[in-house]
Write a protein that binds this ligand. Structure first.
Ligand SMILES: NC(=O)c1ccc[n+]([C@@H]2O[C@H](COP(=O)([O-])OP(=O)(O)OC[C@H]3O[C@@H](n4cnc5c(N)ncnc54)[C@H](O)[C@@H]3O)[C@@H](O)[C@H]2O)c1
Length: 339
């Protein structure tokens, strides 16, 4: 199996490459990645001699066309992925997430190559905190941010190319991932690396916002399940019943690091901050037989903290620049206290 993994130097893509080589040692993987601030070849260093790495842009139609012509499967992770950045400057999101995806779709159409599209549950907008509902494959799209609206756009493009041009495509929309190799701008690694460097973690608003956490290996196993057994043209939601509010996550990280769970600050909320995400992954479980293996979020967090503790060389170069960006926008509004 020859496969092209876009965004393979980013968080989920790199974990996908590691997982694939561990479970399917015969896979011949080419990674296409532009190495933006979010991508680093260091995330692929342990498997560097087992893959082909191409430093390039998914908006480069000639390059994409040539690489797609030489592959049997495209798994498309490459994206601008951080909500906060999309509020500061939406243009890279429109370019990579919309134009880049279209470039890939045209190439898989030309060469009739199987395509799997990685997307997010954020395309569905948010739920009220006290709403028992969860997202399903039939929930209407209602994205809130430039990030989620460009991801929603890319999903709709895939559906249109499947229907109008018959491309062999599947889509997955996954909840929030955590695990190794995640950029320190993201919520869980930011809090972990703050605690590890003696800085008080920071929570938007009141910390009541709920996310539905899934370990990145469970996400990637689900992607393989869909690639191998999914129905062409269909969408599958991926989630592991991992709902937790942000405050609980920060308190747990502090506790697992041996600190006072109240030792954090609240900061001004992000504009348009989604309240709650929750995934109903019944379809993936019943039709394709997938189940998550990391059902214990606390155990997964412990392993992730250990990874960041022992891999400071990987995250240290990103840390200061990331905190400088946050320092320009965040204002402390209060200190954490036991509830
Ligand atoms: N992180 C999550 O919790 C989550 C949840 C659900 C879905 N997703 C989706 O999964 C995918 C991967 O997310 P992630 O968290 O690994 O993102 P990430 O930001 O860690 O990685 C993105 C990668 O894409 C590369 N890239 C960006 N623009 C590119 C371009 N124009 N050409 C080629 N490469 C480019 C970057 O260099 C980086 O390596 C995204 O599509 C995202 O929307 C993420």
């Amino acid at each position: 199996m020859r496969m092209l993994v876009t965004g393979g130097a980013g968080f989920i893509g790199a974990n996908f490459v590691h997982r694939t080589l561990a479970t399917r040692p015969d896979a011949r993987i080419t990674v296409l990645d532009a190495l933006t601030y979010a991508g680093t070849r260091a995330s692929l260093a342990p498997v560097a001699d087992r893959i082909t790495f191409v430093h390039g842009d998914i908006c480069d139609a000639d390059l994409v066309n040539r690489l797609v012509a030489e592959t049997d499967l495209v798994v498309h992770f490459a994206a601008e992925s951080h909500n906060d950045n999309s509020l500061a400057d939406p243009w890279p999101f429109v370019r990579t997430n919309v134009v880049g995806t279209t470039t890939l779709l045209q190439a898989v159409r030309t060469h009739d190559v199987r395509y799997h599209h990685i997307s997010t549950d954020e395309v569905y907008g948010d739920l009220e905190l006290d709403d028992p509902a969860r997202f399903t494959e039939t929930t209407p799209y209602n994205p809130s941010s430039p990030y989620s609206s460009t991801k929603a756009s890319s999903d709709l493009l895939v559906r249109a190319w499947a229907r109008s041009f018959g491309i062999r495509a599947t889509i997955s929309n996954c909840s929030n991932n955590y695990g190794p190799y995640q950029h320190v701008e993201k919520f869980i690694p930011r809090q972990i690396t703050n605690v590890l460097t003696g800085v008080r973690p920071r929570l938007y608003g009141t910390g009541a916002n709920v996310r539905d956490w899934i370990h990145v290996d469970d996400h990637n196993d689900a992607v393989w399940t869909i690639v191998e057994r999914g129905e062409l043209g269909q969408t599958y939601l991926i989630g592991a019943d991992g709902e937790a509010n942000n405050r609980t996550v920060v308190e747990t990280i502090l506790e697992l690091c041996g600190k006072d769970p109240n030792d954090f600050d609240f900061v001004t909320d992000r504009p348009g901050h989604d309240l709650r995400y929750a995934i109903d992954s019944t379809r993936l479980r019943t039709e394709l037989g997938w189940t998550p293996t990391y059902s214990d979020f606390r155990a997964g967090l412990t392993a992730t903290i250990d990874w960041y503790r022992t891999n400071e060389n990987w995250w240290r170069p990103q840390k200061d620049a990331t905190e400088a960006v946050y320092a320009g926008t965040e204002r402390v509004t209060g200190a954490g206290s036991r509830h």
